[in-house]
Ligand binder design. Sequence first.
Ligand code: SAH
Length: 450
Amino acid sequence: MHPRNPYDGPLDFVNLGEAYEPLKMHLKLDPSSGRASIDFKDEEAQRRLTEAIMLRDFDIRLNIPENRLCPPVPNRMNYVLWIQDIVHAHQTQQSRHIRGIDIGTGANVIYPFIACKLEPSWEFFATELDDESYASACKNVASNSLKDRIHVRKASQDGLILFVLDEVSGNFEFTMCNPPFYGSAEEIAQSAEQKELPPNAACTGADIEMIYPDGGEAGFVCKMVAESEKFQTRCKWYTSMLGKMSSVPTVVKCLRERSISNYAITEFVQGQTRRWAVAWSYTDNHLPDSIARIPSIPNKHALYPYMPPKNTLIQTFPGATTAQLHDTFQHVLEPMAGVSAVRAPSTENGDMPHFLVEAQENTWSRSARRNHKRQGQPPRDAVEPVVDTAPADSNSPGLTCSCRVYDGAASDGQPTAAGVEFLWVYGKDRRLFEGFVGHVSRKIVAALRI
Ligand code: SAH
């Protein structure tokens, strides 16, 4: 579950019943605990539950049709929060107008409704192929007076999945999508036998909602990858959810075949259920590993080879204190030609300040090599191996790197040595980033004489 997902505990069904009368008749009270629940196999009860949550928590009055998918809100919330993380990673002004596209929005427009309520400055184009779902989506948007922020568009079977980018001018921040899961009706029957549920089927969906005959969800997302090549940076982040772990390698191979190296993979864990999501970009903006990689994924994990390269490098300096490191880091940066460092203010919780470092090109590699010879080895306990960089080519667009002195309290509670965290924020050339990290780390070692 996403750490900011508010539905991390048991739902208070009694309270939801108070907020939404039609749920009340489906509540089953447990007299011993005084708590209530619903029969999760009862599709009508599930529809009323989703309506109740949307009303109580988002002030959205949904009308969920009987013969279409019924989205469980806690699960949909995970993906919206990840999109929020991606958008905020490079957003300096909170009020900036953000436009997103939801592909296959369904009868209930669930992602745009949740996202627009969380983010008052966001606007959506929401596409839908199925006539009935489209009609229902339009009604739900109109009855919630959100037509000026959510524009529902009809997709066509043989048109582009990303057709909105053809029809609407201007740039978009993201696309999101919960694609049709299965490749065929036989696959649905098979997975029913194996009791494998699709990501979007809390209630039974219609075939058109669940089947993409050209390869199921992986086929759908690979088509989107191919289409995105046409639109490039018109949209900053193309994303999709994936319901099957085996779709992750298929989609990553699609990206790598097209040399799209700027991508992210995440995992959502909700109780026993695991889902994945992928994002890719043609821009030179990079996401921190906390957003772009499954956290602490062991290298034996089946998905490890498909993770994107690390954008967060941590160099530890055993024996140094954070205060020493902080001063040394600044002294190392000061004389570096062509490198500017802007200090971001300290946060309220007493964290060391961040530095936003910018360099137009590699001005340090020759001195780094000289330094390397004179000083000997790079820091002994470096968590990440860093490679020395070749001189950047003259077309290098530069580098932006966010740096923070790291206090040594690792997230698993095990104390480690103090260090510096380097986050690749912007740039075309990964070697420039890694070279900068290598150079600064060696200079810090030399200055600390450890
Ligand atoms: N976003 C909703 C629905 C997901 S189900 C939710 O998360 O609950 C997948 C949806 O994609 C269905 O509504 C299906 O009709 C729609 N769909 C399938 N192919 C599509 C296409 N090419 N363009 C737009 N929508 C499509």
